[in-house]
Design a protein around this ligand. Structure first.
Ligand SMILES: Cc1cc2nc3c(=O)[nH]c(=O)nc-3n(C[C@H](O)[C@H](O)[C@H](O)COP(=O)(O)O)c2cc1C
Ligand code: SF4
Length: 438
């Protein structure tokens, strides 16, 4: 096995890495263009036996999952291998988070990189079967993946490994790994009660290595260029680059690849700057945290920095809220959405999130007493569901109460809202098959 590409392949020394070779258009990199851009992938995939050299390389890279939790990939690999049964690989490309588009961009523009990463996952645990999950509304992503698989099959690549694309229903919570697996196994598209966890019993009961699509794409490059190369950008604790979806009051909104630890201000400058002054940034998507724009100047895009401010990078969706929008109204809209997206099976999530969303609406209407109710209920929902949906929603809402204290005072004492812009935070339109762009 050759963990580091020994051919004269073009090892990138600068960013972008994942988005390398992509023009400004929406064209998909063909298999030939993919190999010309990244070099060929040389790994031994001996289905049935884990590739230990590859495992060492991945462990040394220190990569954490890019699906939201930053969980060390090598620990998941260890757990799957320790089960000592034929494993399965699941690439989670569902991306149900309305403000996040990074996985969709990867699938549409460079599907072979995701497929290479899926093969690396299979090689490292010794799996023969790979499933790539996309949501029903992701028709362009499904088509790009299907075309890429057809190209590979015509060249008889990786015989002995079965790759399937699974379509799961649209929605926010369906992206949770146990919900994806339940749907693929023919059950309801809802998180199942853990344990067993996917590494113990996942697709068709097999120990299943679940990695996000972007995580897979990074693994495809780590297998080519090695751990040191991966660590040559980022911070010692959070190595590598990451895709960020930057939207809101941004001159050139879109998906950017940055080194972890990059200053938020530098990213915003790369994106052409702000279109107008920002009131706050929502960092980490709808399980994320509001940061006052006045406190954002020194912020770096790292979990360590955001944890110190009570948040996390999550799937790295960032929204700049313009100064003429109302953070209280915007958060109330998202709280309603998150409450409606509850999978409806855990009491504190179903009833608690609904009560909190209704109270946020009341607060926005000027009812000051609603705030104490919200604060009390937030402590009752976090950690009380089968998945982390209520925890994520509670974190977002708690940060809004803190950052938008001035707006809350204006609503409750002066009975006024000065916002002239509404619906800044994206929500799915009910009629949209994709349910995520509104
Ligand atoms: C409510 C909820 C929604 C999630 N949605 C996604 C998603 O859309 N895509 C994703 O990769 N992970 C999502 N996750 C995280 C997955 O459960 C899982 O941790 C991830 O796919 C593992 O990949 P990684 O370790 O490479 O990040 C979600 C988790 C929760 C609690
Ligand atoms: S916590 Fe909420 S979203 Fe998660 S499984 Fe329970 S009801 Fe469903």
């Amino acid at each position: 096995m050759t963990p580091v590409n020994s051919l004269a392949s073009p090892q990138p020394t600068t960013l972008p890495r994942l988005l390398r070779g992509l023009g400004s258009g929406t064209a998909t990199l063909s298999l030939d263009a993919h190999i010309a851009t990244h070099g060929p992938l040389h790994i031994d995939i001996d289905a049935g036996s884990p590739n230990t050299t590859l495992h060492t390389t991945i462990a040394k890279s220190g990569i954490g999952g890019r699906g939201g939790a930053n969980f060390p990939v090598s620990r998941k690999i260890d757990a799957v291998i320790a089960e000592r049964r034929a494993p399965h690989v699941l690439i989670n490309a569902t991306e149900g988070e309305p403000p996040s588009h990074k996985d969709h961009v990867l699938l549409r523009s460079t599907p072979h990189l995701v497929l290479d990463g899926a093969l690396v996952c299979a090689g490292v645990v010794g799996a023969r079967e790979i499933t790539i999950a996309v949501q029903a509304g992701s028709t362009a992503e499904h088509a790009a993946l299907t075309a890429a698989l057809t190209e590979r099959r015509s060249q008889h690549m990786h015989p002995g490994i079965a790759i399937t694309i699974a379509t799961v229903p649209d929605g926010f919570v369906i992206g949770e790994e146990r919900a994806v697996i339940s749907a693929i196994n023919g059950g309801p598209a809802k998180p199942t009660i853990a344990p067993p966890r996917p590494f113990q019993k996942g697709i068709n009961g097999a120990p299943t290595l679940v990695q996000n699509a972007e995580t897979a794409a990074h693994l495809a490059l780590i297998a080519r260029y090695g751990a040191e190369w991966f660590r040559s950008v980022g911070t010692p604790d959070e190595p590598g680059s990451a895709l960020v979806t930057l939207t809101g009051a941004i001159t050139k909104p879109g998906v950017y690849e940055v080194a972890l630890g990059t200053r938020l201000n530098d990213l915003v400058a790369t994106a052409g700057g702000l279109t107008e002054s920002a009131r706050a940034y929502l960092i980490g998507g709808y399980f994320g945290t509001w940061i006052d724009a006045r406190d954002a100047h020194a912020l770096t895009l790292s979990d360590a920095d955001l944890r110190a401010r009570g948040g996390g990078l999550g799937a790295r969706a960032i929204i700049a809220l313009p100064a003429h929008a109302c953070g209280l109204h915007e958060t109330a809209r998202v709280a309603n959405y998150l409450s409606n997206e509850s999978a409806g099976q855990c009491g504190p999530c179903v009833h608690g999130l609904r009560a909190i969303a209704d109270a946020l609406d009341d607060l926005a209407k000027g009812n000051a007493r609603a705030q104490a109710d919200i604060e009390r209920w937030l402590t009752l929902v976090a950690g009380r569901g089968a998945c982390r949906h209520p925890d994520g929603a509670a974190k977002l809402i708690a940060s809004a109460l803190d950052v938008f204290a001035d707006e809350i005072r204006a609503h409750t004492r002066e009975k006024r809202c000065t916002a002239s812009a509404t619906k800044i935070l994206p929500l799915p339109s009910p009629s949209s098959p994709k349910r995520k762009r509104a």
